[in-house]
Design a protein around this ligand. Structure first.
Ligand SMILES: [Zn+2]
Length: 259
């Protein structure tokens, strides 16, 4: 959290600042700058420049400002605030309350208003000219062919592959577990072992889950969300869900119908 769904809501909110001119950029904690970016470079790149476009690739939000781009990453608890308004009231693992100490990045505009990140745990970051080429295709746009080729070429466990932002961008822990549960696929399976019908199921589950959870209001609104706990049961067949660790993340899955 936040995953693709949340960052897409941030993108829509940030779009209202398009056409404004940057006046100041505040970063109370320099550690919030990603390695390779310094505050002076960030200020030089944006000062008196017009914000032209807001884009998103996976979980990366990109502000095109003048001739430069600024990448915002939201880590575990980051939310976007524009002109005092948040896209999402509540994220899992964080508090809705906004405190001044929790604003590691504030960009103000000559026309008024500001675009800020609120991030109590500060796992997010800000970067000038983020390298967009290291990200895989966005999970909401990946084609059946791209997905098939990616799976075919990898022996990695299926869930670990889906979590790898260099392969497919935007899926986090909650979306991955929900997608694999809906597709009926064991998250431990070597990716290249998927057959044509499995890939079809996965392709449909990725787009269907993103669409449905967007309508419900976030990555934490999945069907298995309430059962991601000890003695949680599969809502499809009543089997007790199993827990394991894949790609470094806690994974919940059903041993009955996920194969
Ligand atoms: Zn099940």
């Amino acid at each position: 959290m936040p995953e693709l769904i949340e960052v897409e809501l941030y993108r829509k909110l940030a779009a209202r600042t398009v056409g404004r001119t940057v006046s100041t950029v505040l970063l109370p904690r320099p550690q919030y700058l990603r390695k390779g970016t310094n505050l002076e470079a960030l200020r030089t790149a944006t000062r008196a420049q017009t914000l032209k476009r807001v884009r998103r690739i996976g979980k990366l939000l990109i502000l095109d400002i003048g001739k430069n781009s600024v990448g915002l990453r939201f880590g575990m608890t980051g939310r976007l605030i524009v002109d005092g308004e948040t896209a999402i009231e509540r994220l899992l693992y964080t508090t809705p309350k906004v405190e001044a100490d929790h604003l590691p990045f504030v960009m103000s505009f000559e026309q008024g208003g500001e675009l800020a990140i609120v991030d109590p745990r500060r796992f997010g970051s800000v970067e000038v000219q983020p390298n967009e080429t290291i990200l895989g295709p966005d999970a909401d746009k990946i084609s059946r062919e791209e997905l098939g080729a990616m799976l075919h070429n990898s022996k990695t466990a299926l869930k670990a592959l889906l979590l790898n932002q260099r392969k497919v961008a935007g899926l986090g822990n909650l979306l991955c577990d929900e997608i694999l549960w809906r597709a009926g696929l064991d998250p431990h399976r070597p990716s290249h072992s998927l057959e044509v019908t499995d890939i079809d199921e996965l392709d449909a589950a990725i787009s269907g889950t993103i669409k449905e959870l967007t309508q419900r209001g976030g990555s934490h609104m999945g069907d298995i969300q309430d059962q991601r706990r000890q003695a949680g049961i599969c809502p499809k067949d009543g089997t007790e869900l199993q827990r394991s660790t894949l790609g470094g993340r806690t994974t919940w899955w059903c041993p009955e119908h996920q194969r």
